[in-house]
Write a protein that binds this ligand. Structure first.
Ligand code: H79
Length: 475
């Protein structure tokens, strides 16, 4: 997706706008207060604790759109695979018949949970219902679902919940609460000019939004919140339009309030801020200091499977993204898109396993760490060039990043220097240094004068993508 395509839609994510440090948050005036309005800081810290140390999660976009897999009527449909119904203006009846062809017998909850674990991911968020309105779970509220409408008859969410329990990982559900292209009355965002006004391309989509909300969205959210034991740990809303008024959003808040451990994002709408900022396909220049945030990204150029999208990011890019995000205090929610058989594309599996290999050695520098004590290493805003919004262009630098713990500073080095690694303005005293991937932790020679540090490095990095230098510190 082109960045420019998202701009108009980004406006819809009103809650995604970060408060500048100068602003004090106004006391929220919600029709129904949400947990964030009423809990203490200590309660919030306890609720967010697992998520804050997790740093790395698996997004799964899987649904009926994996059947056409990016092609309709013999034509390759540009842009996101999960948007095919909208992008190709597929009539509701024509889209619904896909369900009869969806029999993903290659799906294995065990293998997907094991893949997430081997990648070093600490949570999974799967599409329970995307904008196409097809529920990937056993829903009594609406028959357009994987159990009732397909020959598969199984509930992948139940199977994933069982496996996630067994293998010890958190499971969350994505639910498109506002857009639903097959339910009468729900929203559909116009694709061509990105007008946020809701737009239907089939009379079957016309109807009353409150009827949709009360007969489908709310009952299904209730099912998701009550039928899967301890899960979902996360509820991931998306694309609120003007239809998601404060009063309507409050009806959903009344439900989520009954699940006091639940974490939910900033995309409910109606003025609710939720728990997490959710930059999509980008890493913010300096993160969201003091806030919980999560960058979600595709591994190629689509969320939902497209048979011909082979533009996979390299393991190097993916690992640098994870490290960059961790150094700014955020989480990385990296997507996979299983195919219509339920199988995860091999190129995705390979990259995840490679990331897991790095994390198995270097995870100490990522999980549960604090952001960098420096900052300039991430890059700088250009004095002359502007980005597509007319703001100063952010020019990232890729020599190194840093993460922090109580008594260590981690330097993730991408560009291996010759001789010494040099640091200015070090706010702590360094008492020792070693490479994390060196199992013997052989001490490296260092000199520190005031805040200026030089650490002698071996001639070659221990990992071609990122080698972690550990500085043991006292304050
Ligand atoms: O679920 C994934 C996306 O389908 C969803 N959010 C992530 C996590 C998403 N929905 N909308 N958007 C993201 C942003 C809007 C993109 C659009 Fe377009 C630009 C909609 C219309 C213009 C891309 C290009 C999709 C259709 C044309």
């Amino acid at each position: 997706m082109k960045f420019t395509q998202c701009v108009a839609i980004a406006v819809l994510f009103a809650a995604a706008t970060p408060l500048s440090n100068a602003q004090t948050p106004a006391a929220p005036q919600h029709p129904i207060p949400s947990i964030q309005d009423t809990e203490t800081t200590a309660q919030k810290d306890a609720r967010m604790a697992w998520w804050r140390v997790a740093r790395f999660g698996m997004f799964i976009h899987w649904g009926l759109y994996s059947v056409p897999a990016g092609t309709w009527d013999g034509k390759q449909i540009p842009s996101l695979g999960e948007w095919i119904m909208n992008n190709a203006s597929i009539p509701v009846a024509d889209y619904k018949v896909l369900a009869a062809q969806f029999n993903p017998t290659g799906f294995s909850a065990h293998d997907i949970v094991a893949l997430a674990k081997s990648a070093g991911m600490k949570y999974i968020v799967i599409t329970a219902k995307h904008h196409d309105g097809f529920a990937m779970f056993d829903s009594k509220a609406n028959p357009f679902n994987i159990v009732a409408a397909t020959p598969f008859h199984r509930d992948p969410l139940r199977e994933l919940a069982d496996e996630a329990h067994k293998q010890g990982i958190k499971l969350g559900f994505y639910y498109s609460q506002d857009q639903d292209w097959t339910a009468p009355g729900a929203s559909a965002i116009l694709r061509q000019n990105h007008d946020p006004v809701t737009h239907h391309w089939d009379k079957a989509q016309d109807g009353d939004f409150d009827t949709y909300l009360h007969t489908k969205a709310i009952p299904q959210i209730k099912e998701l919140l009550t039928n899967y034991g301890d899960f979902p740990a996360v509820l991931w809303f998306d694309t609120p339009t003007a239809n998601m008024t404060p009063a309507r959003a409050a009806e959903i808040v009344a439900l989520v309030n009954q699940h006091p451990n639940l974490i939910w994002n900033n995309r409910l709408g109606g003025g609710y801020k939720g728990d997490t900022e959710t930059p999509e396909q980008t890493i913010p220049a300096q993160g969201f200091p003091g806030e919980d945030w999560e960058s979600c990204m595709t591994i190629n150029d689509t969320w939902g499977f497209k048979s011909y999208d082979t533009n996979f990011k390299s393991t190097e890019t993916l690992l640098r993204n994870l490290i960059d995000i961790a150094s700014k205090g955020g989480n990385y929610l990296l997507n996979i898109g299983p195919d219509s058989h339920g199988v995860v594309p091999v190129s995705e599996v390979e990259r995840l396993q490679a990331m897991g290999k790095w994390l198995a050695v270097n995870g100490e520098a990522i999980y549960g760490t604090q952001p960098t004590l420096f900052g300039a290493e991430a890059g700088a805003f250009s004095a002359t060039e502007k980005d597509r919004r007319g703001n100063p262009l952010w020019v990232p630098a890729w020599s190194w990043r840093s993460t922090t713990s109580a008594n260590k500073i981690y330097i993730e080095i991408f560009n291996w220097p010759t001789g010494a690694f040099h640091l200015d303005k070090l706010p702590r005293k360094v008492t020792g240094a070693y490479l994390l991937a060196d199992s013997t932790h052989t001490p490296l020679k260092l000199t520190q004068t005031g805040g200026i540090l030089d650490v002698q490095l071996p001639a070659k990095p221990l990992d071609p993508i990122a080698t972690v230098l550990v500085l043991e510190t006292t304050k």
